[in-house]
Design a protein. Structure first.
Length: 426
């Protein structure tokens, strides 16, 4: 089969960027300390998540350093629901992959997977809190605010979600997802977070906003009393900064890398246009006929949740998948469909042939194809030659080279995205 030639293209996004992230974190953490009255000598539990947030280790480190300079006694705990295989050691390992260790942070890390039940919401949802956070004098949560992969609302992924689902470990995350099936995610997050805050002193959150290039665009300390109002406003702000695919209708989307450090669902559903979540409506755009995903990031620790979004994958990805780590996450999130293993073959060449065989009455040379590194990296993409005319005259799409054949090695595997796009540039 003859595959379409590809063209490297740069996407240009409106992207405000924060020049001095460490200074901003120190200033905002100090503001949070002063507004909430954290005293010297007080224990402060800092909740850290598992997402691929830019400079996350630096942001956490500066938060710790500012509290230490104030005379407080901070420690970090994983606030990531069932991630890391829902084990204490696994969650500590997830933090280590993000550069968050006792040595790099300058403070203890306390990872305990068994939470404490503290309440029950009016909907009958049990409320759980990490034991170490519950025992601390104060709690500070450090997280990015962004659109959620499973639902739409005025509150989505951010401080409140970490405070409800993240703090609850596997038991809390499972209870929240079960509730969301009946009451909706937004309602569940708000009611569970409110119960958590009645029993656990969440003083403030360090909210992180990123632009389309994964650069830090904004850092803000949000105190507990103003948490919901500010998170709503920041979510609206970040929606205008997000990256997207260069075209809304595709025959084939090739994604080189998926993983938990890229998105909670391995591939960001907002980018690929597939939500596949029970009780939630599907996207109308983008519309992608077939998705092929090639590899799983090492930082995922074998958790390939979201692989079910794809129609095709590779044997090397399937070989990296650890069933227990993947399926625990899928079951906890009430999304077993996201752990289904797609059609896969030994070589990329064979997978591509199968994908093109299933796009209908369209020859490969005429197919609308986009290849990306991951759903988190969309500044440079590869598009098929048939879409070249759609790029001409668009200021936000800049061709970086001429059409060229997809490069394969001797074993039938595509060269990596980085190698491929480098080969195709002028």
């Amino acid at each position: 089969m003859n595959f379409p030639k590809m063209i490297p293209v740069r996407q240009v996004f409106d992207a405000p960027v924060l020049d001095d992230v460490p200074a901003a974190v120190r200033a905002e953490t100090q503001k949070g300390i002063e507004l909430t009255g954290i005293e010297p000598g007080a224990s402060v539990a800092i909740g850290a998540g598992s997402r691929g947030i830019n400079a996350y280790d630096s942001i956490c480190r500066e938060t710790v350093a500012t509290l230490l300079a104030h005379g407080a006694e901070p420690f970090i705990f994983p606030a990531m629901g069932s991630h890391g295989g829902a084990t204490s050691e696994g969650q500590r390992a997830v933090l280590a992959h993000l550069g968050i260790t006792e040595k790099t942070m300058g403070c203890p890390i306390q990872s305990e997977i068994e939470p404490t039940q503290v309440d029950m919401t009016s909907d009958g949802v049990p409320v759980f809190i990490d034991r170490n956070a519950l025992a601390a004098d104060h709690v500070v949560l450090v997280n990015r605010i962004k659109t959620h992969t499973d639902f739409r609302g005025v509150i989505e992924s951010g401080i409140l979600k970490m405070g409800s689902i993240g703090l609850g470990k596997r038991l809390g995350a499972s209870a929240c997802h079960k509730s969301a099936l009946h009451h909706g995610f937004e309602h569940t997050i708000q009611t569970v977070a409110a119960a958590v805050r009645r029993h656990c002193r969440i003083d403030f959150g360090i909210a992180i906003l990123e632009n389309a290039y994964e650069q830090t665009a904004h850092i803000e300390a949000i105190v507990s009393d103003n948490l919901e109002e500010r998170e709503r406003a920041l979510l609206e702000k970040v929606k205008g900064l997000q990256a997207k695919l260069p075209f809304e209708e595709l025959d084939l989307l090739i994604i080189d890398n998926m993983g938990k450090n890229i998105s909670g669902t391995g591939m960001d559903s907002n980018i690929i246009g597939r939500r596949m979540h029970t009780g939630e409506p599907e996207f109308t755009t983008p519309s992608v006929t077939r998705i092929m995903v090639c590899n799983l990031t090492e930082a995922s620790e074998g958790n390939a949740v979201g692989i079910g979004f794809a129609d095709f994958t590779t044997k090397r990805l399937v070989d990296r998948l650890i069933p227990e780590a993947t399926w625990v996450n899928c079951i906890t999130g009430l999304g077993p469909q996201k752990g289904r293993i797609p059609v896969h073959f030994d070589t990329d060449e064979r997978v591509l042939e199968a994908a093109f065989d299933t796009i209908g009455m369209i020859e490969p040379d005429d197919a609308r194809v986009v290849r990306i590194n991951s759903t988190l990296n969309l500044d440079e993409v590869l598009i098929s030659e048939s879409m070249q005319a759609a790029v001409d005259g668009q200021e936000n799409l800049v061709p970086l080279g001429e059409p060229f054949e997809i490069p394969f090695d001797d074993s039938g595997q595509m060269l990596s995205f980085e190698e491929t796009i480098k080969a195709g540039k002028h």
